[in-house]
Design a protein around this ligand. Structure first.
Ligand SMILES: Nc1ncnc2c1ncn2[C@@H]1O[C@H](COP(=O)(O)OP(=O)(O)OP(=O)(O)O)[C@@H](O)[C@H]1O
Length: 314
């Protein structure tokens, strides 16, 4: 569809597409009258073929920015990879304007290589790999200022041209909200057997308001919500051990929202300065957080998530 749709546009699926009087002067008239506009995007089949060896494909979504979606993606991917060294896990960072996975996973100085079979992802561990536009930028400070169609093309390339090999879990880190990137990802994954989505929020009502919209988006585009993760739920002071709620759950938090909306609640992660440090320094959460409440919480979330994936597969 062109941005300036004629007032009486018959629609690309109509027999009159490109032929009605309203079509005169429309920039899409030639494409519509040739019937090309109504053809399915060939990228959908390419993505389906490429991802056929990926057992579980999981979108990580958040309504609001900054709630910890990328952190949760990295923490869960490391935890899943750690549960079973025989399972192969990967992270695909499609947050094109703010790709943070290379830094959070500690591989920001690595480079991706292209071979005859596609782009090779960067390996964080033997069974954990990552692909991000962050690897393709000249400098981490470079801004990516792209319009929708260019973002769409890059997401199609990411989904269809990365040579993941056999994968058990692919976690797809998306930008916040429901933007062009989400619609592109959902379109390309529509035939590729998407397992479902994890939705990340904080307990604060402003975050929950947006996350309700995100869950509604999932319902509308028929993505299964595997569960909601509440991040930064409590803060335990490392000095006095007193527990405080930095983002108070004035409306009952994520658990109550999940009950209301009928979606699973996967659990909550505390606000822990060591998590922030791991993200900044690319250190392994599992080592730095050993024996912490945060790591225990992450393991519980992973156990529920893996069960949810099994349930979808059966
Ligand atoms: N549980 C936590 N404890 C401490 N710090 C955290 C926690 N979760 C996230 N952070 C920190 O909060 C900041 C935002 O996290 P992150 O970048 O993961 O959010 P995001 O939702 O992916 O953001 P964006 O919407 O911009 O992509 C980061 O600095 C991260 O280190």
């Amino acid at each position: 569809m062109p941005t300036e749709v004629p007032e009486h546009c018959p629609g690309v699926e109509s027999e009159n597409a490109g032929k009605a009087s309203a079509c005169a002067g429309c920039p899409n008239q030639t494409v519509c009258s040739s019937g090309e506009a109504n053809q399915p995007d060939p990228g959908i089949q390419l993505v389906k073929d490429r991802l056929s060896q990926v057992e579980n494909k999981i979108l990580i979504l958040s309504g609001k920015g900054g709630v910890g979606k990328s952190t949760v993606t990295a923490l869960l991917s490391r935890s899943i990879a750690n549960v079973d060294s025989e399972k192969n896990v990967a992270v695909l960072d499609i947050d094109i304007c703010g790709p943070s996975q290379p830094r959070v996973l500690g591989v920001q100085d690595e480079q991706v290589h292209q071979s005859g079979s596609g782009w090779s992802p960067v390996f964080v561990e033997d069974n954990l790999s990552v692909m991000s536009i962050g690897f393709l930028l000249g400098s981490p400070d470079d801004a990516v200022i792209w319009r929708g169609p260019k973002k769409n093309g890059m997401i199609r390339q990411f989904l269809s041209e990365v040579d993941w090999g056999n994968l058990d879990y692919l976690l797809i880190d998306t930008p916040p909200g429901t933007s062009d990137e989400h619609l592109s990802a959902v379109t390309y994954l529509s035939q590729a057997n998407l397992t479902g989505a994890i939705v990340v929020t904080t307990p604060q009502e402003v975050a929950l308001l947006d996350v309700r919209k995100e869950i509604d988006f999932c319902f509308k585009v028929k993505i299964k919500v595997l569960g909601v993760v509440e991040n930064m739920s409590t803060f335990v002071c490392p000095t006095c051990q007193k527990s405080s709620e930095i983002f108070p759950a004035s409306t009952g938090g994520a658990q109550k929202m999940c009950e209301e909306l009928g979606v699973p609640y996967l659990g909550s992660l505390p606000l822990d300065p060591r998590i922030a440090r791991c993200c900044d320094e690319g250190k392994d959460f599992l080592t730095v957080l050993a024996d912490s409440k945060a790591l225990k919480a992450s393991k519980d979330i992973v156990a529920k998530l893996l069960q949810a994936c099994k349930d979808v597969a059966n």
